[in-house]
Each structure stands twice: as structure tokens, then as C-alpha cells.
Design a protein around this ligand. Structure first.
Ligand code: UDP
Ligand code: MG
Length: 309
């Protein structure tokens, strides 16, 4: 019998851990030809999440967990889960039931037929989400797909079922700065997305703040595109061109109207400010790439585990 492993990152999810388990046990009858294995990855929760997880683990031998020594972020939790999962097929799911378990049978059918290496889920609507957040996420997908060679599917969730082979490819990517949306696409393979309507959380609150999401999307740009660096060179070329035109104008004007040769302190201030701004922006962008190189070069572990079962 083939086995499906569920990789479930949890961070302060004491109210959803058991609801998730119950929903999955109920859904399991629709794909009972597979054994089921749970991998709860506790991302350094500070509430009673681990109490709930250990309760389940004590009563069901198919429930396993890795508990981090602190909050390392969902990306690290996904990595740990994929690393521990032993199934022939591996699913990544949020614990808050925003990823509908009813989609699992169809996803499994897609990968087990051998036609697909991964079947994921794509949200077609974002109802129930703040407008500003949807707007920024639209902008994000437009920009990153214009800039990156790796195509990021709009609205794609991390929710997906993958083959062992694809998971091994993902695990072979040892980078410390992890951006799963890019990694899932970068490894290639045959991937399909099922569409569904956005759902609300069953309980608890999202742990993503607006700034958290913004910094996550900047990570995406830095990890999967060199376009910001190209932009910097264009800024440099553009300002050089401006300076050249300015110099010519000043020169000609000084010849034609020598009596007004001291003029334009306002334009000088504007130009100095513009150039200074461009330089600072460029240094900032360069700095982001360099800081990523710095972090990667330390070869720090992607997570530190405190307790596992
Ligand atoms: N999560 C995590 N570490 C974090 C933040 C979130 O493991 O630092 C988990 C969380 O418990 C949930 C999943 O990632 O299972 C998605 O989080 P959330 O529902 O807060 O995000 P949203 O659905 O709002 O994008
Ligand atoms: Mg959620």
C-alpha cells in the first residue's frame, strides 16, 4: 500500500491542530487506498500547540512531529517536514483548513497516475481578504513574473501533493533563504494546479502581518531574480545621460548668455538629491544581495529541532 505524508507547519495553532486531524481522518475514507502519515512541524509555538500535538501523537502512531527550538518561519518548517516525511507521496498543507482536504483525492489521482509530479491548488478568489493585501499580491505576481526566469503561478498556495522524486529535488536545494513558491517552480517537473475559492480559517488568526508579507515578497525577488541589479545599472546609465544633457545645456547657455553664468542653484539641488537618492537605492539593492550571500556563506542549519517523534 502506498503512503501519503502530510507536512503540516504549525505556529501558535492550539485551536486548529485537533480540528485539522479530525477533518483529515474523516476525509481519509475517500482515499483509503493510501496509508496516512502526519508530520506536524511546530515552528517554535509559544502557546499550547505542542500539548495538542503530543496528545494526538500519543493516541495515533501515524502522528509524528518535529518541534523547533524557536520560530524559524514557515519555510524552514516546510523543509523539516519534507525531510522527515517517509511517504511515496507528500502533501503540504496549512493546519487552519484553508487548504480544503476534499481536494486531496483528486490531487492524489493526478500524481499516482504518473501523469503529474505535483498537483497543487490555486485560489481564484481572494474574498474575505483585505483589499490592500489582494492588491499588493496581484502587483507582486505581475512584477516577479516580469523579472524572474522562474514562473510563479498567481494565487498558488503551498498546498500540493508531490512525488517522492520531486521532494528529493526540493531537499537537494540547501539554500538558507528559502522562498517555496520559487523553489517549487524552479525544480521543474510536470505540475498542475486545481482551482478553488478562498476559504476562511476555522479558528485562530493569521500570523502574517502586512510587513511580514512585504518582506517575504522582497525575499522572492532577491532569491529568484537578478532584475533589481539590472535596474541599478539602468539607473546609473540614466543619470549619466541626464548629467551629459545637463552639461551640454549649461555649456551652451554660458556661451550664449555669458552675463547669467551663475544660475540654477535650484536645479543643482534637485540633481544632487536625485543622484543621491538613486545611489542610496542602488546601494540598498546591492546590500540585499550581499546580505543574502553573507547568510548563505555561513551554512547555518535551516532549523534547529528540540524534540521529535
Ligand atoms: N506558520 C508557521 N510559521 C510561521 C507562520 C505560520 O509554521 O512563522 C504556519 C501556520 O501555523 C499555518 C501556515 O503556516 O499552518 C499558514 O499560516 P497562516 O494561516 O497564518 O497564513 P495565511 O493562510 O494567512 O497566509
Ligand atoms: Mg491560513
Amino acid at each position: 500500500m502506498s503512503k501519503l505524508s502530510l507536512v503540516v507547519p504549525v505556529f501558535n495553532e492550539q485551536d486548529t491542530v485537533e480540528l485539522f486531524y479530525k477533518a483529515l481522518e474523516a476525509e481519509h475514507q475517500n482515499f483509503s487506498e493510501y496509508d496516512l502519515e502526519y508530520w506536524y512541524i511546530d515552528d517554535g509555538s509559544t502557546d499550547h500547540t505542542m500539548v495538542e500535538v503530543e496528545k494526538l501523537a500519543a493516541k495515533d502512531e501515524n502522528v509524528h512531529y518535529v518541534s523547533f527550538s524557536r520560530n524559524f518561519g514557515k519555510e524552514s518548517a516546510l523543509y523539516a517536514g519534507l525531510e522527515h516525511a517517509t511517504g511515496d507521496f507528500i502533501a503540504v498543507m496549512d493546519v487552519d483548513l484553508q487548504d480544503p482536504p476534499e481536494m486531496l483525492p483528486e490531487m492524489l489521482a493526478g500524481v499516482s497516475s504518473g501523469e503529474w509530479d505535483a498537483v497543487g491548488a490555486r485560489r481564484t478568489s481572494r474574498k474575505g481578504e483585505p483589499i490592500l493585501r489582494s492588491w499588493f499580491s496581484k502587483l507582486f505576481y505581475k512584477l516577479i513574473n516580469a523579472m524572474s526566469d522562474t514562473h510563479i503561478v498567481e494565487g498558488a498556495r503551498d498546498f500540493r501533493v508531490m512525488t517522492r522524486q520531486m521532494v528529493d529535488a526540493i531537499l537537494s536545494m540547501q539554500e538558507y533563504n528559502r522562498f517555496s513558491k520559487g523553489i517549487f517552480s524552479w525544480v521543474g517537473f510536470k505540475q498542475k494546479y486545481l482551482e478553488y475559492e478562498n476559504k476562511d480559517r476555522v479558528a485562530g488568526n493569521t500570523s502574517w502581518s502586512f510587513w511580514g508579507l512585504l518582506s517575504y515578497s522582497i525575499e522572492g525577488f532577491i532569491d529568484f531574480s537578478r532584475a533589481p541589479l539590472v535596474l541599478v545599472s539602468f539607473l546609473g546609465m540614466f543619470s549619466f545621460l541626464l548629467a551629459l544633457i545637463g552639461a551640454i545645456i549649461v555649456f551652451i547657455r554660458a556661451i550664449i548668455y555669458p552675463e547669467t553664468s551663475v544660475f540654477g542653484w535650484a536645479s543643482i539641488v534637485v540633481i544632487v538629491l536625485a543622484l543621491g537618492g538613486m545611489q542610496l537605492l542602488s546601494i540598498g539593492i546591492l546590500g540585499r544581495y550581499i546580505s543574502n550571500i553573507y547568510l548563505e556563506s555561513k551554512h547555518r542549519p535551516i532549523y534547529v529541532s528540540r524534540k521529535e517523534k
